[in-house]
Ligand binder design. Sequence first.
Ligand SMILES: NC(=O)c1ccc[n+]([C@@H]2O[C@H](COP(=O)([O-])OP(=O)(O)OC[C@H]3O[C@@H](n4cnc5c(N)ncnc54)[C@H](OP(=O)(O)O)[C@@H]3O)[C@@H](O)[C@H]2O)c1
Length: 273
Amino acid sequence: MSDKKVILITGASSGIGMASAVFFAKQGWNVAATMRNPKSLKEFEDYTNIKLFGLDVTSVDSIKNAVEDVLKTYLRIDVLFNNAGYALAGPFEAISDEEVRKQFETNLFGVMNVTRAVLPHFRAQKSGIILNTTSSGGNLTFPLYSIYISTKWALEGFMEALQYELRPFNIVVKNLAPGSVKSEFTNSTSFVSNSVYDKYANKVQGNIIASYQMAPDADTVAKVAFKAATDNKIKLRYPATMQARMGFFLRWLLPLQIFNKMVAAPFEKDTDK
Ligand SMILES: NC(=O)c1ccc[n+]([C@@H]2O[C@H](COP(=O)([O-])OP(=O)(O)OC[C@H]3O[C@@H](n4cnc5c(N)ncnc54)[C@H](OP(=O)(O)O)[C@@H]3O)[C@@H](O)[C@H]2O)c1
């Protein structure tokens, strides 16, 4: 049996998942790069220690098959990296119940189901790390992302509570919280609109586009993921970009009322109430 460590990554077809697959492979890990539609990716061509597996986090059967296949291939999993996700954005009243549920199916229930599938293996092995890509929006809030943010707050709360019951089994939970990161994220964001909110929404969109122009690339988060996977610390939260660090610092420093005013201010000037 290889003594190389093994990481299973969800959502490895692009962005943070893909960058992490390459980063861990470069450090000599065996990587199970899972994705909905496995396809040969030029980014992985140079790495014989990256293997692709089909996994849709919204399908329990696909999760079960993928975890079994990864264990057959690598005989172990040391780190589960729950990374797959997308954003649903727009004014809440324009978003349907179906769209809300779909967002939770991927960003929250998907993570729960993959985690449930891997836990028996971690317990038997008496070790394991569960890494999760949450978001700065897992602890902070910003406008027009109420549903996305509620999935990430729920994920933070779920994982923070789960960590306690897993400690006796030497299983450690770690949440990576990026701010804006260049990836396919903005392309896959499903933006629902309602013309009543257009004036306000356009300002928020403008601000988001500006934040992505200055955003770091996904490698920045991959490095933090590797640190979290290897630092041997029992530490829950890793802000994964400068923007996230700044946001958490200000949220810690300021009373909530002041913090909320600071978030709201740029979008309220000259906007009709
Ligand atoms: N980029 C940001 O600014 C940012 C900020 C904070 C947090 N995040 C979080 O970071 C994580 C990764 O996002 P990213 O920025 O790397 O965006 P990305 O490039 O769009 O990658 C998202 C990945 O998730 C996968 N995915 C979506 N639904 C899935 C499903 N049902 N089953 C399996 N895989 C699925 C996508 O696969 P397909 O190719 O099949 O669609 C893709 O591989 C997400 O959880 C996101 O919420 C991103």
